[in-house]
Design a protein around this ligand. Structure first.
Ligand SMILES: C[S@@+](CC[C@H](N)C(=O)[O-])C[C@H]1O[C@@H](n2cnc3c(N)ncnc32)[C@H](O)[C@@H]1O
Length: 214
């Protein structure tokens, strides 16, 4: 099998594994950051929400059932599962599309009140592009919530991130050295929430909620 086919297959497997693993074992880590993000967004049925990398729709139960949500993911299998989950939850205004987070072109600029991405930025090949697209489609005054692993700021944990990075990135396509400047250095955003939640000595999940300025 050519190496690129092998890597693509491994990557597909990783995406599926990511979602499964995340829900079965990692909920302890991501649940607090996810809750922090949703609390800050104060979503109502009037909110026009975009979830980027919606996966199998594990977040849907935390949204008001009448919310106008658009969920996108590049896995058609997971999008189908998200559709089924939305039906179970009677979310009649939910829409799901197969789309690449790095190019949300079918979606209009400034068209969503809130944009959410949970554990996505660490798995997309070009996180800056994906985040810029989220900013583009959010309306001025709207909010963007992101949870992910970001590069530790200092000390031995930062060294572990940097040591692990080449192997984890090339084999699993998972970034462990995502700099928070990707979000906080942007002049068109105001940071409302920036928190780290740690489980054990190393594992960390961070949450950012930002407001898009005019
Ligand atoms: C760790 S999972 C998280 C899923 C979901 N957000 C959750 O919290 O349950 C990462 C998700 O990002 C999706 N994904 C990865 N790269 C993507 C891309 N370039 N465009 C859209 N979705 C992508 C995967 O298919 C997967 O559903």
């Amino acid at each position: 099998m050519p190496i690129y086919t092998f890597r693509r297959k491994l990557r597909e497997l990783t995406q599926t594994f990511n979602v499964y693993h995340y829900q079965q074992y990692m909920s302890l880590i991501v649940a607090p950051t996810r809750k922090r993000a949703f609390d800050e967004l104060k979503l109502t049925n009037e909110t026009k929400l975009l979830e980027v990398g919606v996966g199998n729709g594990s977040s849907l139960e935390f949204f008001p059932a009448g919310i106008q949500i658009t969920g996108i993911d590049f896995s058609a299998t997971l999008i189908e599962q998200a559709r089924i989950r939305a039906k179970e939850l009677q979310m009649s205004r939910a829409r799901f599309y197969v789309m690449n987070a790095q190019n949300l072109r079918p979606l209009e600029s400034n068209s969503f009140d809130a944009v959410v991405s949970l554990s996505l930025l660490s798995v997309v090949p070009e996180p800056e592009k994906a985040f810029s697209e989220m900013v583009r489609v959010c309306r001025p005054g709207g909010k963007i919530a992101v949870t992910s692993h970001f590069l530790h700021k200092s000390g031995w944990r930062k060294s572990v991130d940097q040591i692990l990075s080449p192997a984890v990135e090339s084999i699993l396509g998972y970034h462990v050295t995502l700099p928070e400047e990707l979000i906080v250095a942007r002049k068109d955003l105001r940071v409302l929430v920036r928190e780290d939640r740690r489980i054990g000595p190393y594992v960390m999940n961070s949450v950012f909620v930002v407001e898009k300025l005019n």
